[in-house]
Design a protein around this ligand. Structure first.
Ligand SMILES: Nc1ncnc2c1ncn2[C@@H]1O[C@H](COP(=O)(O)OP(=O)(O)OP(=O)(O)O)[C@@H](O)[C@H]1O
Ligand code: NI
Length: 343
């Protein structure tokens, strides 16, 4: 396995609400190796964005807090860092991009000025150097006629072009890690594919690690080295991308895969949907958090929270199905029948 760049251990992050403290992530553990892409997938509200905000310690500004656990980045624990130090890390070592490029850009400055500003701040470049590097970065992220584009304002560029500019700004600090939270969700399908291609190309060229947050299993299949599946604040399954897709083991992962149009789990033209909805944070059921929606749930699932069981050398799932024997409910088509809902 690649040398670790980021290691999250038993991280619990949450919010203080009218109903007391609620946990948006519940003792999650996850590592990202150097040059690796890890995809964090799961339905809306599962805690993906909170995880990224916690890593960057931006959660402090979102009214939340880290309650337990460690986040080790290049050997240093980020959970105990002062915001001043975090600002330095955020500016120089870890960059973040979000879903909506328009809100990340300042409408009153040209895109070239915005990239150059970042270079002046983080890399102490003078104005001329910064401008020419900004043009180079625009070229690197695949913007045609970069000298001309650099002088334009965000509203003069398409959504896809703006997301490329946002990526250029992120790269201006020469980050070792890029956190991308649904970076293509707001874009149309062709542009989405182009931006994903760009991220792959940049990673190959620059060797950075990427934490990619997506609710789209198709995107994970295409981009990830490893996939972590999150459900109601917990990572319920994690492993190499081939294992997650060839041998999905947690019933939630199996359900997510069967809900992809065209995936082999789809039957008779009817798309599978996982029964029920994700519980709101602070209202978790007893036992396994997925049990009310799980076609395999038994008494133990209703009563006791499952620990993590190893499914393969480097593949874990929190599900009682794996307590005694390594069974693979998602192994192949015939055994996948097993998880066909009973209703
Ligand atoms: N500032 C906040 N205060 C209180 N609760 C919050 C806050 N931000 C997020 N939450 C709650 O934390 C839970 C996890 O939210 P999060 O945004 O991480 O989900 P997500 O997996 O990123 O979903 P999506 O796919 O919709 O972006 C949700 O129940 C959400 O309502
Ligand atoms: Ni989110």
């Amino acid at each position: 396995m690649a040398e670790k760049l980021l290691e999250i251990r038993k991280l619990t992050a949450g919010f203080l609400t009218e109903n007391g403290v609620v946990k948006a992530t519940d003792r999650i553990s996850l590592s990202i190796g150097k040059g690796q892409t890890v995809c964090l997938v799961g339905e809306s509200g599962s805690g993906k964005s909170v995880t990224s905000l916690a890593i960057m310690r931006l959660i402090d500004y979102a009214g939340g807090m880290i309650m337990e656990g460690n986040i080790t980045f290049r050997g240093q624990d980020l959970t105990t860092k002062k915001q001043e130090e975090m600002r330095h890390i955020r500016g120089n070592q870890v960059a973040m991009i979000f879903q909506d490029p328009m809100s990340a850009l300042n409408p009153v400055f040209t895109v070239g000025e915005q990239i150059a500003e970042s270079l002046r701040l983080h890399q102490n470049k003078n104005a001329d150097e910064a401008w020419s590097m900004a043009v180079d970065l625009l070229k690197l992220v695949g913007i045609p006629a970069p000298e001309i584009r650099a002088k334009q304002y965000p509203h003069e560029l398409s959504g896809g072009m703006c997301q490329r500019v946002v990526i250029a700004i992120a790269l201006a600090c020469n980050p070792e890690m890029l956190i991308a939270d649904e970076p293509t969700t707001a874009l149309d399908v062709t542009v989405q594919a182009q931006i994903l291609d760009l991220l792959r190309k940049l990673q190959a060229e620059l060797g950075m690690s990427i934490l990619l947050i997506t609710h789209d299993m198709g995107v994970a299949a295409e981009m990830a080295d490893r996939v972590a599946v999150m459900y109601a604040g917990a990572i319920v399954e994690e492993g190499p991308v081939e294992d997650i897709f060839n041998q999905p083991s947690h019933p939630y992962t199996v359900g997510l895969l069967q809900s992809i149009p065209g995936f082999e789990g789809e039957r008779g033209g009817e798309l599978y949907t996982i029964q029920g909805t994700i519980p709101p944070i602070g209202q978790l059921p007893s036992g396994c958090r997925f049990h009310p929606r799980c076609p395999h749930a038994t008494e133990v699932c209703r009563q006791k929270e499952p620990p993590e069981f190893m499914i393969g050398a480097d593949h874990r799932a929190s599900c009682w199905l794996y307590e005694d024997k390594p069974v693979h409910i998602g192994d192949d088509h015939s055994s996948r029948e097993e998880v066909k809902p009973a209703w």
